[in-house]
Design a binder for this molecule. Structure first.
Ligand code: SOE
Length: 402
């Protein structure tokens, strides 16, 4: 068996931040990259240590530990949380276990990073937020993993909006398009089962764009009108130990119990209007997240497929010279970039997880509430619930509960 990489020792002279991760699939791998890389790139006040990773399948989790550089492997998350050599629990599991793991980790005195969406229901998110607020008083911190806030170009867009470069916002146009469900024979994974995933494209992709839009606008949605649809309602059952289905049930077909696509319009508290589209059926679109903001003095546009760029139109420029221009977001005075490569050398998807780890380590070292907090995650959950309620009532405008 491959030996674990040398990531278990803290950087000399720095207090360690010992991380325990639950889950080792796509998000577990992405977060692992973040934790492994962050201390090598950024000068941090504490040194992340990849202490232990947890998953139910002993062989698979040991292989993940070796591959991603975790010192130890556990098969029971309760055991991971009970370890006294862990300071922070990073939750990368399906949504149905977020609340239970986060509540146990907070009760055990750990800091928590939880993948998005925070929970499967508003009620769970409320309980988690109350627990996080009580833990904050004890010096523990909790954050939600909305990683697209950590693209340098989106962070730059946020500061340009906050500086007032766009003036009052009028419109936001936000889409998150994927196509991995176009094939009707694609199996009924956990993401297609409400009891495991909470919702479909709405919670998986819609949660990202709701958070990103609100983060960039610097304000919250007040209400929504929505349509959702499940295009393929029955799919072949997957087999295998990680499917969450019993062996006996691993043949035949099963019901898709979540949305395949969610379209909604929204009104921000300022009166700005927004449209959102989250789907897994946009044939040819693999991970296409786009957002455009139009304000009284200018506009900004971001496209995840060109994530080192931001388009900016300064509406105060004389008409003859005006127009969208490309800001290449690779300069050392752009967010996060002073620690990376020389100008023009560009970053990618995985770096958002490095930046997420960086921001959380700083917040923990300074005892400051990191963003997005569990309260922010709860507010997104309320937007998702309002979208579902509106869709059930044929798009009736539904205010977001506060
Ligand atoms: C869904 O396909 C997914 O993996 C999301 O769950 C992630 O949050 C997103 O970053 C990429 O797409």
């Amino acid at each position: 068996m491959e030996q674990p990489q040398q990531t278990a020792a803290p950087e000399a002279g720095k207090p360690p931040l010992r991380v325990g991760m639950v889950g080792y699939a796509f998000m577990g791998a992405a977060h692992s990259q973040g934790w492994r890389t962050v201390g090598r790139v950024f000068d941090l006040p504490r040194s992340p240590v990849l202490a232990a990773i947890c998953g139910r399948d002993a062989t698979a989790v040991r292989a993940a530990a070796d591959r991603y550089g975790w010192a130890a492997a556990e098969t029971d998350w309760h055991a991971l949380i009970e370890r006294d050599d862990i300071d922070l629990v990073d939750i990368c599991t399906p949504g149905d276990s977020h609340a239970e793991i986060a509540l146990a980790a907070l009760a055990a005195g750990k800091h928590v990073l939880c993948e998005k969406p925070l929970a499967n229901t508003v009620e769970e998110a409320e309980t988690m937020t109350a627990a996080a607020q009580a833990a904050y008083v004890r010096g523990q911190l909790a954050m939600v993993g909305f990683n697209y806030r950590r693209v340098p170009a989106t962070a730059l867009a946020r500061s340009m909006v906050a500086e007032g470069r766009l003036g009052a916002l009028r419109h936001l146009r936000v889409t998150y398009l994927q196509d991995w469900l176009v094939d009707a024979e694609f199996p009924l994974t956990w993401r297609l089962r409400k009891e495991l995933a909470g919702s479909g494209a709405l919670g998986d992709l819609g949660a990202h764009i709701v958070d990103l839009a609100q983060y960039l606008a610097g304000e919250q949605l007040a209400g929504v009108s929505a349509l959702t649809e499940t295009f393929v309602r029955e799919r072949p059952l997957p087999g295998g130990p990680t499917s969450g289905l019993s062996a006996a049930a691993s043949t035949g077909t099963g019901q898709v119990t979540v949305d395949d696509a969610a379209l909604f319009t929204g009104r921000f508290t300022s009166g700005a209007l927004a449209s959102f589209e989250a789907t897994r059926y946009a044939t040819g679109r693999k991970n296409a997240l786009r957002i455009e903001l139009n304000g009284e003095h200018g506009s900004l546009a971001f496209d995840l497929e060109r994530l080192n760029e931001l388009s900016y139109h300064d509406g105060t420029e004389p008409g003859a010279h005006a127009g969208f221009r490309r800001i290449l977001v690779t300069e050392p005075d752009h967010p996060y970039l002073d620690a990376w490569w020389p100008p023009g050398h560009g970053l990618g998807y995985e770096h958002t997880f490095v930046h997420q780890a960086r921001d959380l380590v700083h917040a923990i070292a300074e005892g400051r509430q990191p963003e997005p907090s569990f309260a922010d995650g709860l507010q997104v959950q309320r937007v998702l619930a309002a979208v579902e309620e509106s869709a059930e009532k044929n798009s009736v405008y539904t205010p977001i509960a506060v």
